[in-house]
Design a protein around this ligand. Structure first.
Ligand SMILES: Nc1nc2c(ncn2[C@@H]2O[C@H](COP(=O)(O)OP(=O)(O)OP(=O)(O)O)[C@@H](O)[C@H]2O)c(=O)[nH]1
Length: 562
């Protein structure tokens, strides 16, 4: 009967967050025993929404998206908003950040007029998670404080504040954060959902370790680990074990640390961007180093590097997507123009994962091996002559083409473009005040910065483009089949990506910026030296005019900002 179906749907909705297996089983049996005539329009949509969730859990994002989009268009306002939130979740999980942030804009436009406390939470929960990834801490705190004004419900208040704690840690002094953590943890402890409390405790343990408070982190482990085992959720299990292993390592207890680190590795979540993953590999690398176990050292260093790359890559595409979708930046309009022109540049993030997977091996080879065990790695894959050739072609610090190899490849590509009558463009950039970074933090920090610059920019470069390091802190990108206008956009994206390089490992933090000059074949012709000279002149102007900007090809009136 109709009532019992509504009631079952309500129960299933609650079960979703508590017990995934039971949720899936009961949903399947409800679907099997229900036919279209028995069920109201609202319940039909709700059943679809729950099915879409189920599909997300099972990893079938395409099917889930189709269902959710149907509900968004046809269902009543409340279910439509929940469907929109799920759509953002699906896009995030499938790394389609441009679509995810476009969905966020939509959710925010609903959020302003929502008075229902549950619906508000459902609307902004996803928004906060995404905003945390791109570090929009101020917006997060605003969304939370509005939420707290409209609800007295303990569970909702706990969830809302738990979502915002990470942003608080990053934006206020540790003591202030810690006090709020204690309050929220106490509040969450009073609810029936252990999940949110355990999640904030897990993060808190990592923060304590950053403050070198190993004993305090271990105390949380001892108090809460049995609850974690009960919930049996990979990001919690791995996170708790990794944090405790790191704490034991800080205390010099290698054997115990090793046991917990292995336990963490066994339950690692699939999402590589999770802090537990990086922490696990960090501990395992340090342990291998301490034990002088070189096989493990190699294996875990690679995994650690791999994870760091995944995190950097994901962050870069999230930042870019945010800018594209937020409408604040002029990039949004440019993106539309670009898509119209069927330009590949800004569909880069779609290729990103594939492209990075191919690049990764080389990066590991060049960066990981040089700092660790060059001999071992090179013996593994490469014959001697190949090795020497690679060393002659690629810059050892950053893994991209050196000046000689860049020139060779660029000339070949330019010849293709001449034959195909396609344009080429060139971006030349030089880091700003790089000498100061070396002077203030040492040469190793300068090297690290150069590597980060390459990691940040290569995310946005197509297969067919050629990226080279042609001077100490001077880089060049040759873009085939591309005009100056499109090159400006890519340069601007790289410029923004550099500003997002996280230098918090150094005290005080510093900003990485660069000045960019553009040239293209329409203006400078197809001669590589002429293209480089024109871009160099534009870059010189960018430096002269205050740095951290992109300058376009010179016209009769000289170079201009673009
Ligand atoms: N750490 C490190 N430093 C390098 C490398 N290659 C060049 N440098 C340094 O890069 C610095 C370049 O300094 P400058 O040419 O004065 O330029 P800048 O400080 O970036 O200033 P502007 O270009 O005028 O903004 C020099 O101090 C070089 O020693 C390298 O591979 N690693």
């Amino acid at each position: 009967n109709v009532n019992s179906i509504s009631e079952q749907l309500r129960e299933l909705d609650e079960l979703r967050l508590k017990n995934r297996t039971e949720f899936t089983d009961r949903l399947a049996s409800l679907k099997a025993s229900t036919n279209d005539q028995q069920i109201s329009e609202h319940d039909k949509h709700k059943l679809s929404l729950l099915s879409a969730w189920d599909l997300v859990i099972k990893g079938d994002f395409n099917q889930a998206l189709q269902l959710a989009e149907g509900i968004e268009q046809r269902a009543d306002r409340q279910l439509a908003i929940r469907a929109s939130s799920l759509i953002v979740n699906i896009h995030t999980l499938s790394f389609k950040y441009i679509d995810a942030f476009a969905g966020v804009e939509k959710l925010l436009s609903y959020a302003v007029s929502i008075n229902d406390e549950h619906l508000y939470y459902q609307t902004i929960g996803q928004v906060i998670l995404l905003y945390s990834k791109i570090e929009r801490y101020e917006q997060i705190q605003q969304l939370i404080s509005h939420g707290l004004k409209i609800t007295r419900d303990t569970t909702l208040r706990c969830r809302l504040q738990a979502l915002g704690l990470q942003s608080l840690y990053h934006s206020v002094p540790f003591n202030e954060y810690q006090q709020t953590f204690n309050e929220i943890s106490e509040l969450c402890e009073a609810t029936t959902e252990a999940m949110f409390n355990l999640l904030i405790i897990r993060n808190h343990m990592f923060y304590l370790l950053e403050q070198q408070q190993a004993a305090a982190a271990l105390a949380f482990y001892q108090q809460y680990y049995s609850q974690v085992e009960q919930i049996n959720y990979p990001i919690l299990t791995a996170g708790f074990n990794a944090a405790a292993a790191e704490a034991l390592l800080q205390q010099g207890e290698l054997a115990a640390a090793s046991e917990l680190a292995q336990r963490a590795e066994q339950s690692l979540p699939g999402d590589r961007n999770d802090p537990a993953v990086l922490s696990t590999y960090r501990v395992l690398t340090l342990l291998a180093q301490a034990e002088r176990n070189f096989d493990n050292l190699l294996r875990y260093s690679e995994k650690r590097r791999d994870t760091e790359l995944a995190i950097a890559r994901e962050k870069a595409s999230q930042q870019l997507a945010y800018q594209l979708a937020s409408g604040e930046a002029r990039l949004k309009e440019q993106r539309i123009q670009l898509l119209d022109k069927d330009n590949e540049l800004l569909t880069l993030e779609r290729n990103l994962y594939q492209q990075q997977a191919e690049n990764r091996y080389l990066m590991l080879l060049l960066i990981g091996s040089l700092s660790l065990i060059l001999g071992l790695l090179t013996y593994r894959g490469l014959t001697r002559s190949k090795r020497y050739r690679k060393m002659a072609e690629f810059d050892q610090l950053t893994g991209i083409s050196n000046r000689y190899h860049f020139t060779e490849q660029a000339q070949r590509e330019i010849a293709h473009c001449i034959r195909a009558q396609r344009p080429v463009a060139l971006i030349l950039f030089d880091l700003d005040h790089f000498k100061q970074i070396n002077d203030r933090f040492g040469h190793a920090a300068g090297d690290w910065t150069l590597q980060q610059v390459v990691l940040s920019c290569r995310n946005f470069i197509r297969h067919s483009d050629i990226f080279g390091r042609i001077g100490g802190e001077e880089f060049v990108i040759l873009l085939t089949d591309c005009t100056a206008e499109q090159a400006v956009m890519l340069a601007d994206i790289c410029r923004t990506a550099l500003a997002d390089i996280d230098t918090s490992g150094y005290q005080p933090k510093f900003k990485v910026t660069a000045s960019f000059g553009i040239s293209d074949s329409q203006q400078a012709g197809y001669d590589l030296s002429a293209l480089l000279a024109a871009a160099d002149a534009a870059m010189y102007q960018a430096k002269q005019q205050g740095r951290n900007q992109v300058y376009c090809p010179a016209t009769a009136d000289g170079a201009r900002a673009c």
